[in-house]
Design a protein around this ligand. Structure first.
Ligand SMILES: Nc1ncnc2c1ncn2[C@@H]1O[C@H](COP(=O)(O)OP(=O)(O)OP(=O)(O)O)[C@@H](O)[C@H]1O
Ligand SMILES: [Mg+2]
Length: 388
């Protein structure tokens, strides 16, 4: 899907030159000569990218920045100023504009800038799509007091937007809890960027997080926006943060303290406002003792500390989870399994679930799939559960 561009300028010749050029480059282009027209296009057609003149007959162009900032599909804005109005552009950049250029616009520069904006839009679409898929699972709190306390604390962490460290064994729900925090806080309509730390090559970590300028190192042919910048105003979820290299931990901590980053090969400090949620199933304290994790970063991350219990420690919640997944997979698989026999439920409550909720979820998916009767019985469960 290509990005749509709205060109807002009251000077018709300038507007048409830009519009025609972008159409030829394959963009879907809308035009507006006034703020009022621009608002109408935004409401009717939506615009991924806005090229915005500062002085318009009915007002100050950058007002659109604040008006669109709250939209879930917030457009990327490129400001165009008359010669000598750079201070206005700087002000607009502070308010979230992505880029600015002086008139007369250099079309090739403009194209680069539009392309960058389109990349951000495409990335955001992809992320929203993934987020939609991943948030299918609700966070089931259950009856355990520890879980109720935890969800209460998680709510506060979302409301206050503070750094949060989520720990717990594999499959206990660290990622769903992180998404819960995002979805229940003021950043819900801003990005949730999931960074799977173990998947990032240690030499690439810095440029993944902070981005790089073109030519910053061999192979850096294009400028790249880092994930912290992509997460702007939203949540940066660092999954399995224990695999972040030590030298990067120091740089990351500094970025958090300064609330700003420097791209690799760049000189400008770029302000970033992100809520960091980090997760780990390794014992970070032990890693600190072995000098494998920085203590200062650890304390910076755990303003709120959520330690998820294993499923074996909250067996009373198993029936709730079974009930939830019964419904969930009935719907997903188009089945109509009504219940679980007492024997099957007993076996599930007694089992130790080394893979925690993930393992229970998989067992339920399989059981619903295999079950052609009205109820799930022992025979529908994996053998290691029934023979435990
Ligand atoms: N409280 C919960 N309610 C419902 N489903 C849950 C809950 N906790 C976890 N799940 C489900 O269990 C599975 C594993 O959860 P998740 O990926 O969040 O675990 P994790 O702690 O991040 O595991 P890992 O350490 O292996 O990455 C997911 O399918 C998730 O939806
Ligand atoms: Mg996980």
């Amino acid at each position: 899907m290509t990005a749509s561009v709205l060109v807002v300028d009251d000077e018709e010749t300038a507007r048409m030159a830009v519009s025609e050029f972008l159409r030829i480059k394959g963009y879907e282009v809308f035009e507006a000569g006034t703020l009022a027209d621009a608002r109408q296009v935004i409401n009717q057609d939506g615009a991924d990218i806005i090229i915005l003149d500062v002085r318009l007959p009915d007002g100050y162009g950058p007002h659109l920045l604040t008006e669109t900032a709250m939209l879930p599909q917030r457009p990327q804005v490129i400001i165009v100023t008359a010669h000598g109005e750079v201070s206005m552009a700087v002000e607009a950049m502070k308010n979230g504009a992505q880029d600015f250029m002086e008139k007369p616009v250099d079309l090739l520069e403009l194209e680069k800038s539009v392309k960058r904006a389109a990349e951000i839009i495409a990335m955001r679409r992809e992320l929203n799509h993934l987020r939609g898929k991943a948030s299918l699972d609700k966070f089931i709190v259950g009856k355990t007091k520890a879980m109720h306390d935890m969800i209460e604390l998680a709510r506060r962490a979302s409301e206050a937007s503070v750094s949060t460290l989520i720990t717990g064994p594999t499959g206990t729900g660290k990622e769903v809890l992180a998404r819960f925090i995002h979805e229940n806080g003021p950043r819900a309509h801003k990005p949730f960027i999931d960074v799977n730390c173990p998947a990032i090559q240690s030499t690439m970590f810095e440029s993944e997080l902070f981005g790089h300028e073109s030519g910053a190192f061999t192979g850096a042919t294009h400028k790249r926006t880092g994930l912290m910048e992509v997460a702007q105003d939203g949540v940066l979820f660092l999954d399995e943060i224990s695999s972040m290299p030590m030298d990067l931990q120091a740089k990351f901590l500094r970025a958090l303290e300064e609330r700003a980053i420097r791209r690799v090969g760049g000189t400008n400090l770029i302000p970033v406002d992100v809520q960091v949620i980090a997760a780990s199933n390794r014992n970070l304290k032990e890693m600190i003792a072995h000098h494998e994790f920085r203590e200062d970063l650890y304390y910076r991350l755990k303003v709120v500390d959520l330690d998820l219990p294993s499923l074996a420690e909250r067996k009373v919640d198993i029936p709730d989870l079974v009930g939830y997944y019964l419904q969930f997979f009935n719907q997903k698989l188009g089945k109509n399994v009504l219940d679980v026999t007492p024997k099957a439920m007993e076996a599930m409550v007694n089992f130790n679930w080394p893979g925690n909720i993930r393992e229970l979820r998989n067992a339920m998916e399989r059981a619903v799939l295999l079950c052609d009767e009205a109820v799930i019985d022992l025979g529908h469960l994996p053998r290691d559960i029934t023979t435990a």
